[in-house]
Design a protein. Sequence first.
Length: 125
Amino acid sequence: MSTDEIHIHRHGAVGHISLNRPKALHALTLDMCHAMSAALAEWADDDGIEAVILDHAEGRGFCAGGDIAFLRNSALNDGGVSGRKFFHDEYQLNHQMMTYAKPIVAFMDGITMGGGVGIALPCKY
């Protein structure tokens, strides 16, 4: 499940999601949102997972929100279509997290803005 931008692991009874775009303050991409959503969906049905940890792999911030460069390029190149798709899917992820039956613990260490708040606030802890 892991990619260069996001690390997804299991440690015993805990699912662990680490954002990994330190040069971009871990700004969210569509692929990151999809990977997080897929992991959460898989773990929701896994009786061996009791909780989920959400953090960042390294750097000075938890998450700067959506990738502004991507959103700018969307506005310039496709009339904002891909940007709207990003926001739709990221808000779906927020809803999935808000209604998640298992506790999610967010470690908001450092800079947290926009979509970073959006993925942290639905967490129970």
